[in-house]
Design a protein around this ligand. Structure first.
Ligand code: IVH
Length: 666
C-alpha cells in the first residue's frame, strides 16, 4: 500500500514538474490551468495524508509557510562582478580592439545576449536539488534568499545534473505586465508604487514572506553554469545549451557573432525590438565565447576583460516643468503631477509626469520653471529624473492645505508619504471610487467608464456607489450621448453585477489597504461581509497576510456611519454578501499535526520551538494523549516522554523537528 502511494506521489510530481517546465520555461503549455490545478490538488491531498513522504523538492513545497526574521549573509563561490559599459558604437569597437590585441590575432567568437534589467542571483544545487540562492549583494557576499527563490517557477527545484554540485547564475526579472499589474494594485491599496521592474523584482525577492514573492510572478533567466566558481563547459555557448537541457530558462535571444560588425548589427536589431520583449532590457551583453580565451583575457578589479555591456541610449529627454498640479485619487491621496512643455521621448510625446508626493519633490529639489530630465521606461508613467537647470523665475510647490476639488481639509498622517483629502464625499474621490467599483476587475459594469461616471457624479445622480443600483432608464437617457439602447444595456450590466462574488464587492468598497488579493483572502476566510464588518482587529488578523495595519484599516472603515449605511444600501440592492468559506491559510507542512514539547531543547527555547511549529501549520498542546502526533523532547524530559513511549507516539529531538518542518522525512 505504502509503495503504491509513494509511486503515485512520484509520478504526480514528475508529471507536474514536466508541465511546470512546459509552462514556465518553454512557454508551451500542454494542459489547461484547471488540469494543472487538479494534478496539484491530488498531490497536496496525498502529501497531507502521508506527511512522512513529503520532500522539499516536491512542487507543492515552493512556498514555505513561515516569514523570516531577516536574511543571512553568504559568501559567493567567486565574486559576482559587474560589467564595463559601452555607451556607443565607438566604445564597443574599442572593447573589441582590446580583446583582439590581448588575444594576439587568435580567432575567437562573441556570444551576444540580451541584458535584462533585473538583479543577478546565484543558485546552488547539490545532488540535483536547489539548496541555496544568493543575491548579488556587494558581489563578494550576498543574502540567502533561498525560500523566496524557490517560489520562482522558472527556477527548477530539482534537476538531473552532470556533477554533484554546481552553481547557476542568472537574472531575476519581473515581466512588464506583472509589474504594471502590481503597481496598479499597490496604488489601489494606497502603497508606494515601484519605480521600475528592476526595483520591484529586487523588492519582491527580498521580502521576508515567501508567499509575497510567490504572488509577484518573478522570472529567472540563467546565463552561467559554474562548478567551484568556474565555468564548467569549455565555451559559454555550450553552458547556455547545457542549462537549457537541464531545464533552466535561458533567454532565446542569443547569438554567436564572428566579429564586432556582426555583434554591433545584433545590438542594433535588438535595440529596435526593445519594446517587444515582455521584460525590460537595457542593452546587450557580449561575452568572448571560449572559456580558455576568457581566462587568458582575465579580469580587472571590477569586471571581466572578456565581456562588455552595450547600453542602449537612455530613453530620456530634457524639458521644462511649466506647472505642478495635484490630482485627487480614490483614497483621497493628493498626487502632484508635473505639467511639462511637450517633448518627444522614444516615440511618444510626453506632457505630464507624476511626482508621487512631497518628499519626492524635495528629493529632486524641484521648482516650477526648472528644466528637468524626463525618462520613459517601458509602460511606466514618465518620471522626472533630475533637475538640470533652475528656472530664472522658479516657484516652489506647496501641497495645498485644502483639497483642490472640494475644499476639504488635507492631512498628512504621521509616517505616511501621501497627503490626503479627508472629506469622504469629495467628488474627485467619489468619481474615482465609482469608476473603480464599476471597473472590469471589480463589479465589471461594462459601459460605466470615465465619461459616464463624471456625468453621473456631476449631476448628483450618484453620491455613493450604492446609487448605481438605483439608476433608472429615464435618468440615463437624459445624459449626453446616451440613447435608449445603450442606456438599457448599461442597466442590464448593472443588474448582472449584483451577482459578482463577495471578494469583488469587498475590493470595490475601497477599504484602504484592501486590494484584490486581500479581499479574496478575507472572503475565503470569513465567507460573510457582516462577519468581516463586525470582526475586531484580532479576529481579522487570523486571516492569512492580514497584519495589524490592514486589520485596523478594515475595522475603522466599518465603524464609520456612512460606510455602515453604504453596506445596508448594498444589501438592500441584493448584492452578494456571502460565499462558502475556503480556508485560505497556506497549508503548512505540519497542518493537522499536534505536538507536545518537553525538556530543554539544545538551541531554542520552547517558545521559539512552538512558534516554528505553528508557523508550519502545526498545533502545540500541553499534554500527551492519543491524539498527539509527535512529542519533541529535549534534555531532562520527564513524565511526558514516558507517556509518549507508553502510547507509542513518535518522539523527536530538536533536529528531527526541524527536519520535519523543512519537509523532510524523519
Ligand atoms: S553577465 C561578470 N549576462 O547586468 C559577468 N549579466 O552590469 C556579469 N545582466 O550584474 C554578468 N543580463 O545583473 C550578464 N545576459 C547577461 C545579463 C547580465 C543582465 C546584469 C547582471 C549583472 C549586470 C552587469
Amino acid at each position: 500500500m505504502k509503495d503504491s502511494v509513494a509511486e503515485r506521489i512520484e509520478s504526480l510530481r514528475a508529471e507536474i514538474r514536466r508541465h511546470e517546465r512546459l509552462y514556465y520555461v518553454l512557454d508551451q503549455p500542454e494542459i489547461s490551468d484547471a488540469e494543472y490545478d487538479t494534478l496539484m490538488r491530488e498531490l497536496q491531498a496525498i502529501e497531507k495524508a502521508h506527511p512522512e513522504l513529503l520532500t522539499p523538492d516536491s512542487p507543492t513545497q515552493r512556498v514555505g509557510g513561515k516569514p523570516r526574521e531577516g536574511f543571512v549573509k553568504v559568501r559567493h563561490s567567486a565574486p559576482m562582478l559587474s560589467l564595463d559599459n559601452a555607451l556607443n558604437e565607438g566604445e564597443l569597437r574599442d572593447f573589441d580592439r582590446r580583446v583582439r590585441d590581448l588575444l594576439a590575432g587568435a580567432e575567437f567568437r562573441y556570444v551576444a545576449e540580451l541584458k535584462m534589467d533585473g538583479l543577478s542571483m546565484a543558485a546552488h544545487y547539490e545532488d540535483g536539488l536547489l539548496r541555496l540562492a544568493i543575491t548579488r549583494g556587494d558581489g563578494v557576499e550576498g543574502e540567502d534568499v533561498t525560500e523566496n527563490a524557490r517560489t520562482i517557477r522558472a527556477l527548477p527545484l530539482r534537476v538531473k545534473p552532470p556533477v554533484p554540485r554546481f552553481e547557476v547564475r542568472g537574472e531575476v526579472v519581473m515581466p512588464r505586465r506583472y509589474f504594471d499589474r502590481l503597481n496598479e494594485e499597490r496604488e489601489k491599496e494606497g502603497l508606494m508604487k515601484y519605480a521600475n521592474p528592476r526595483n520591484s523584482a529586487a523588492g519582491s525577492l527580498r521580502v521576508l514572506e515567501p508567499w509575497i514573492t510567490a504572488s509577484r510572478k518573478l522570472d529567472y533567466f540563467a546565463y552561467f553554469f559554474l562548478v567551484d566558481g568556474k565555468p564548467y563547459y569549455p565555451s559559454h555557448w555550450q553552458s547556455l545549451e547545457a542549462l537549457e537541457r537541464l531545464g533552466f530558462k535561458v533567454n532565446p535571444n542569443r547569438k554567436q557573432c564572428v566579429d564586432v560588425d556582426e555583434l554591433y548589427h545584433v545590438c542594433r536589431q535588438w535595440e529596435a525590438r526593445r519594446e517587444e520583449f515582455p521584460y525590460e532590457i537595457d542593452g546587450v551583453v557580449a561575452k568572448v565565447d571560449s572559456v580558455s580565451q576568457q581566462d587568458s583575457l582575465g579580469w580587472t578589479a571590477k569586471a571581466p576583460r572578456w565581456a562588455i555591456a552595450y547600453k542602449f541610449p537612455a530613453q530620456q529627454a530634457e524639458t521644462v516643468v511649466e506647472n505642478i498640479e495635484v490630482q485627487v485619487g480614490r483614497t483621497g491621496a493628493l498626487t502632484p503631477v508635473a505639467h511639462l512643455r511637450p517633448v518627444f521621448v522614444s516615440g511618444v510625446t510626453v506632457s505630464r509626469a507624476t511626482l508621487h508626493n512631497e518628499d519626492e519633490i524635495e528629493r529632486l529639489n524641484l521648482h516650477i520653471g526648472d528644466t528637468v530630465v524626463v525618462e520613459r521606461s517601458g509602460d511606466v508613467i514618465p518620471k522626472v529624473v533630475r533637475v538640470v537647470r533652475h528656472g530664472s523665475e522658479r516657484r516652489a510647490f506647496r501641497m495645498p492645505k485644502q483639497c483642490p476639488v472640494c475644499g476639504g481639509d488635507v492631512v498628512r498622517a504621521e509616517g505616511e508619504a501621501a497627503s490626503r483629502c479627508i472629506n469622504s464625499n469629495c467628488p474627485a474621490r467619489l468619481k474615482e471610487t465609482v469608476r473603480f467599483f464599476a471597473s472590469r476587475g471589480v463589479m465589471d459594469i461594462d459601459g460605466m467608464g470615465e465619461a459616464l461616471v463624471d456625468q453621473l457624479v456631476d449631476r448628483g445622480l450618484v453620491k455613493s456607489v450604492a446609487d448605481v443600483y438605483g439608476l433608472t432608464l429615464e435618468q440615463l437617457m437624459e445624459l449626453e450621448r446616451m440613447g435608449e439602447k445603450s442606456a438599457t444595456k448599461i442597466l442590464q450590466n448593472v443588474e448582472s453585477s449584483r451577482g459578482q462574488p463577495l471578494a469583488r464587492l469587498l475590493n470595490g468598497l475601497g477599504i484602504p489597504f484592501v486590494g484584490e488579493r486581500t479581499a479574496q483572502i478575507l472572503a475565503d476566510t470569513f465567507g460573510d461581509l457582516d462577519k468581516i464588518a463586525a470582526a475586531d482587529a484580532d479576529l481579522l488578523q487570523t486571516a492569512e497576510e492580514v497584519g495589524p495595519k490592514v486589520a485596523e484599516s478594515i475595522r475603522r472603515f466599518f465603524r464609520e456611519r456612512h460606510n455602515q449605511e453604504l453596506v445596508e444600501r448594498l444589501r438592500a440592492a441584493g448584492l452578494r454578501f456571502t460565499q462558502e468559506v475556503r480556508n485560505h491559510a497556506a497549508q503548512g507542512v505540519l497542518a493537522g499535526k499536534t505536538f507536545v514539547l518537553t525538556g530543554t531543547l539544545p538551541t531554542m527555547s520552547r517558545e521559539e520551538a512552538k512558534a516554528k511549529i505553528e508557523a508550519a501549520g502545526g498545533k502545540v498542546t500541553g499534554s500527551v494523549s492519543k491524539k498527539t502526533s509527535y512529542v519533541i523532547a529535549g534534555e531532562e524530559a520527564g513524565s511526558k516522554l514516558a507517556k509518549a513511549e507508553e502510547l507509542g507516539i513518535p518522539v523527536l529531538n530538536e533536529d528531527g523537528m526541524m527536519r520535519l518542518i523543512g519537509g523532510q522525512t524523519v
